[in-house]
Design a protein around this ligand. Structure first.
Ligand SMILES: [Fe+2]
Ligand SMILES: [Fe+2]
Length: 188
């Protein structure tokens, strides 16, 4: 794994998020660092997975959001990731694997199949239980109707927990946080 290039990409993404304006300047600390932490937790337990592919996915999977690009979150995100990876001279094999990883990270049209794809989707879902994620989104969407926000939060929690976390040990790891957050949003 080329740690130097990975660190450069991490820094590039950090800078981009932090200079993207109030809508997404929280995104590096509030989401991506939590995806990194959870991906590392999963990779430690699943040592056969390709760490480089997963970590490139961690930094590049949500480019469509904080670059404010129209179109499909996963497909456009994969195209943007390809541009970054080409700029950093990654080979075709790595680029294709990372693109496929990004195209299924939301578990909507395509369901993760490889271990790396399952790790990224799980880490992405687990991240919403850390780093004030829901409070940050509430702040970002502060014009939105509160009951609509609660509905969105509960749907996201249930979808994340039931459809995006692929490993039973990972579910167990997050179970208490899931219960607490769910109870919080269910309070009237
Ligand atoms: Fe995403
Ligand atoms: Fe994400």
């Amino acid at each position: 794994m080329n740690k130097k290039k990975l660190d450069k990409i991490r820094n590039m993404v950090k800078l981009e998020c932090e200079s993207s304006g109030s809508e997404y300047n929280w995104f590096f600390d509030g989401h991506l660092l939590a995806v990194e932490k959870n991906a590392e937790f999963l990779l430690n337990k699943l040592p056969n997975a390709d760490k480089e592919i997963v970590m490139l996915g961690v930094w590049l999977h949500d480019l469509q959001r904080f670059r404010f690009l129209k179109g499909d979150h996963q497909k456009v995100g994969a195209q943007e990731a390809e541009k970054v990876l080409k700029k950093f001279n990654y080979n075709k094999d790595i680029i294709e694997k990372v693109k496929r990883l990004i195209k299924c990270h939301s578990c909507r049209d395509v369901i993760p199949g490889t271990i790396e794809q399952k790790i990224l989707a799980s880490a992405d879902a687990m991240a919403s239980y850390h780093n004030n994620f829901f409070l940050q989104v509430a702040r970002m969407k502060r014009g939105e109707n509160l009951s609509e926000f609660k509905k969105w939060a509960l749907e996201k929690l249930n979808r994340n927990y039931n459809n995006k976390i692929f490993f039973s040990f990972a579910k167990k790891h997050i179970k208490e946080r899931h219960k607490v957050l769910k109870a919080f949003f269910e309070l009237i």
